[in-house]
Design a protein around this ligand. Sequence first.
Ligand code: HEM
Length: 348
Amino acid sequence: MSRTRNFFDHLHVSQVRSRVLHPLTSLGLGIASLTCLATLFVTGFTLFLYYVPDQAQAYERILHISTTLRFGRLIRNLHYLSANGLLILAFLHMSRIFFMGSYKRRYLNWVYGLTLLVLILFANFTGYLLPWDQISYWAIKVGASLAGYFPLLGETLQTFLLGGQDVGPETLARSFALHAGILPFLLLVFTSLHLWRIRKDGGLALPEAADEERIPTIPWLYRSEAAVAMLTLATLIALALLIDAPIFERADPAHPPNPAKAPWYFVGFQELVSYSAVIGGILMPLFWAAFLLLAPRLDRSRSCGGRWFAKDRWHWNLAFALLLISQLVLIYIGLYLRGPNWQLVLPF
Ligand code: HEM
């Protein structure tokens, strides 16, 4: 007797190659990102019920959530950790796709992925200001000034983010509208397009193999996806019990911390801007964007994608690895080796 088709029959193709289930094929990074995104939506909705995007109340509301509300601290910690976790995991997921050349014949989905990455960065950035404490206030001020360097659109982008010339009540209202309304909606739309496109492309990119076994998606693929999701969730909960989302003293526009640093994911650009505004604020972001958008188009190697570090793509992988390492080094210097007046200091 044939089984009734359900929702899960439409998410994936009905059979997958056995290699899809091998942990080294995808490293589970897409599903782990999806789990962080789901956690963000659930915890974000709860925070939404208690938060007020008003300069006079925002800070006290966050204190209330973290100190007096039942499970408030856990929920806030989970939100904070899954937001940062999503950014890191999505970056790792993109790196695995690059190092495997899996963007080949999947360019549209690569572009959907890049859009997701930009949306995730924006969602993190707009959420950063909401506690309205000293670190978030000044980090957003520095971050928005970095956005001002962006070629052609810089000033418009800065005014759009700030809702004026400086960080103020309008910035808080705007950040909240973007963070809790517009960006989650766009994330939902682009994640759906991304998942739909994986299905349309016939599943993951893998090199052809004549005698490879095929296995039914239900239950095998879903079981392994559920295992990755549960492991991610368990890790998030364990970390949320150990690590508290930061909250410092209330924002004081008259007293900047020295040094004032951008959020960690933009501190690499801040570090570069301290050497040269043109390189850090204009050339480097443009280079990243052009590289990520054009590499799949210019990559003429013969391997069809889905193989780790294929020999005929070594120069692409080397270029990407160098970009990644340089960005990580800059972030490290900006975060740990910069003290008052942006002078170099020892990390301990
Ligand atoms: C919210 C963020 C994201 C989520 C939830 C997500 C989810 C997924 C999932 C579940 C898969 C299936 C394979 C796997 O688990 O690795 C996948 C594949 C894919 N993703 Fe993402 N992704 C995200 C961000 C990105 C980014 C930033 C990029 C690249 C710029 C990207 C590009 C791709 C491509 C090209 C595939 C197909 C890979 C293949 O055929 O092997 N994704 N994604």
